[in-house]
Design a protein around this ligand. Structure first.
Ligand code: HEC
Ligand code: HEC
Length: 328
């Protein structure tokens, strides 16, 4: 190459590089504009306080005992519990992961900030004590705890401590079970069974009864149906709650940010699990106002005229529309 040609070549490359860089800069800026999530700050996912920061005084010890009761419920309150026998062998933590402190893991972050609150199921203003006993009687298929006893006091103190920094009335990000978008068909237990065999059975068992620890007191892998599981008055017996819980948390190790199931798998798995036999609860006094029933409440009578079958498995969009119409 001759000297002037070389200079011209270098010069053009320089200009080209400069223009490309400008262009990159320009498109990056455009990206920010067209994707507001990059410029508008999102509310961060709520993280609870650290148990290690709790002091070793009377209140601190109560908080730690409350945590222990949530994590190892069966050791204290299960069929072979050391304090009382009021629950079915499961631990609260089986469904309220990481001691009720896992983001999107059905945590307790919004309990202290939102209770007491009116709940349609009982048609009354419920305290945290009442809500905890609801889970004893339904999710743990057991008996309510004495509301003035040491164990209830410890559980309430722990749950209150977990939510102390949450502003009153606020549901921080990640505090509820996710709502998985509705399918445009009914969730299908038969398809769910295939996914169950592939992705869940290794831990929860062929017959869904889970695996007990060697001491026989509590579970290594908790039951999903059968006599030792949650009863049909429990929150997870509503398909949307179960689908949301497993979508964000199962198989073990899944997270909201890194799910391992598709929406369809979550719904069909939930349909399979909740089509299997489980303990029954007398809840004839629930839902004093039937129009207050959530759209996936699997027991009639209903104000919207849909069948129990559709209210259990969907499709839910038509029920949702009917409910919205009725409100107008
Ligand atoms: C089989 C699963 C399961 C078990 C076991 C369980 N729970 Fe729950 N719990 C749930 C579900 C589901 C909800 C409702 C979540 C929703 O509606 O979004 C819930 C809700 C709650 C709430 C209210 C949360 C809120 O923000 O409104 C409290 C408090 C609670 N449980 C305490 C307990 C305690 C204490 C135990 C152990 C004694 C326990 N739960 C055991 C499934 C369970
Ligand atoms: C590697 C083992 C493992 C696999 C695989 C697994 N789970 Fe779990 N699952 C667990 C454990 C352990 C818990 C309780 C977590 C705790 O106590 O911290 C649990 C809890 C649950 C619960 C709430 C408690 C209960 O018993 O009702 C449900 C529902 C559940 N799993 C569903 C599923 C589904 C659906 C799949 C398949 C997509 C699945 N799991 C796969 C280990 C597993």
């Amino acid at each position: 190459m001759t000297k002037p040609l070389l200079i011209a070549f270098l010069f053009t490359s320089l200009i080209a590089t400069f223009l490309l860089a400008c262009n990159d800069y320009y498109t990056d800026k455009k990206k920010n504009v067209s994707n507001p999530s990059q410029t508008v700050e999102e509310e961060p996912v709520w993280i609870g306080p650290d148990l290690a920061s709790v002091s070793d005084d009377e209140k601190g010890r109560l908080i730690k005992y409350g945590h222990e009761l949530i994590v190892n419920t069966a050791e204290y309150l299960g069929p072979k519990g050391s304090v009382l026998h009021v629950s079915n062998g499961m631990n609260c933590q089986n469904c309220h992961l990481n001691g009720g402190a896992k983001p999107y893991g059905n945590n307790y972050f919004a309990v202290y900030s939102t209770y007491p609150k009116f709940r349609e199921r009982s048609g009354s203003n419920e305290t945290i004590v009442k809500r905890v006993n609801d889970c004893f009687e339904r999710s743990m298929n057991g008996k309510p705890l004495d509301s003035t006893g040491k164990e209830m006091n410890a559980i309430i103190t722990y749950i209150t401590w977990l939510g102390t920094d949450v502003p009153k009335g606020k549901l921080p990000r990640g505090s509820n079970i996710t709502s998985v978008p509705f399918l445009d068909r009914a969730a299908d237990p038969k398809i769910g069974q295939i996914a169950y065999t592939a992705k869940c059975q290794s831990c929860h068992g062929v017959d869904g009864s889970g695996i007990l620890k060697s001491d026989g007191k509590s579970y290594l892998f908790p039951p999903l149906w059968g006599p030792k599981s949650y009863n049909d008055g429990a929150g997870l017996y509503r398909l949307s709650r179960l689908a949301g819980y497993i979508k964000d948390n199962m198989p073990l190790g899944a997270r909201h940010e890194k799910p391992q199931l598709s929406d369809e798998e979550a719904w069909d798995l939930a349909a399979y699990i909740n089509s299997m036999p489980r303990p029954k609860k007398d809840f004839s006094k629930d839902w004093p106002s039937i129009s207050g029933k959530p759209l996936d409440h699997p027991f009639g009578p209903y104000a919207d005229g849909y069948s129990e079958q559709q209210s259990k498995y969907g499709p839910f969009d038509p029920i949702k529309k009917a409910k919205e119409e009725a409100k107008k």
